[in-house]
Design a protein around this ligand. Structure first.
Ligand code: G3P
Ligand code: CA
Length: 242
């Protein structure tokens, strides 16, 4: 039977401040198979892990990520907004995460943020780091910017990519193949039986996001290749019961 993998969305973000080292360590401790994280570039083109294009929601700072140098960005508190116990957690670099992840057996889903704010060349910068830490066979690069996926595939066809999408695409497995992509990361409501069956027939892995409610976890465990969840600890327990 298909074993559905569990990816911790922005780390164990239900219990820890998203996209921080403490959230990634918690995901590993919870027994997740992989982590998902979001990459953007600072003003001096350092790849950093943060979801929003501004630092406003998840730090004590204000403004666009792209307008901060890394030296400035690393001084921000990315933990206190979630709970005072996490005060002082920093925005990690992608390099720091890769250095930490390399000796583990975790899988890594790197989402390239390249939408509202454009980061020309982000694909090449990220691929270089993946190569440096020799984790190519454990990485999936996804993006809502499908031009970025084509660029990743052009630069290194051996790196796995996945199409991120919100709405019901017609035969998304055919679309993904046309881009040279290897998987589908769809918004949870789109992960209907027809999509799962069509993708399975086309041998295209499906990893829906964000699968947080017990009933959704139960419905998808053993029904798709992976789920992306804020609550890896709970998902691991449910998987054991199914
Ligand atoms: O990669 C799945 C999911 O993270 C995509 O949406 O907005 O949480 O980055 P978002
Ligand atoms: Ca993401």
């Amino acid at each position: 039977m298909l074993k559905t993998l569990i990816f911790a969305h922005r780390g164990a973000s239900g219990t820890h401040p998203e996209n921080t080292m403490t959230a990634f360590q918690a995901a590993l401790d919870d027994g997740a198979d992989g982590i998902e994280l979001d990459v953007q570039l600072t003003k001096d083109r350092v790849p950093v892990i943060i979801h929003d294009e501004t630092v406003n929601r998840t730090t004590d700072g204000q403004g666009w990520v792209k307008d901060y140098t890394y030296e400035e960005l690393k001084k921000l508190d990315a933990g206190g907004w979630f709970h005072p116990a996490f005060h002082g957690a920093a925005i990690p670099t992608l390099e720091a995460v890769l250095e930490w992840l390399a000796p583990t057996s975790l899988l890594l889903n790197i989402e390239l943020k390249n939408g509202i704010v454009r980061y020309p060349g982000i694909e090449e910068i990220v691929l270089k780091l993946i190569k440096k830490y020799d984790v190519k066979n454990r990485v999936i690069i996804s993006s809502f910017n499908h031009y970025s996926l084509v660029e990743v595939h052009r630069l290194d066809p051996d790196v796995e990519t996945a199409v991120l999408f919100m709405e019901g695409l017609y035969e998304p497995w055919e679309y993904a193949k046309a881009l040279g992509a290897n998987g589908l990361h769809c918004f949870l409501p789109v992960a209907v039986p027809e999509l799962l069956a069509g993708a399975a027939k086309a041998m295209m892995p499906v990893r829906p996001f964000t699968v947080n409610e017990d009933q959704h976890i139960r419905a998808l465990i053993n029904g798709c290749d992976a789920i992306i969840t804020d609550w890896p600890e709970k998902a691991v327990i449910i998987r054991k019961q199914c």
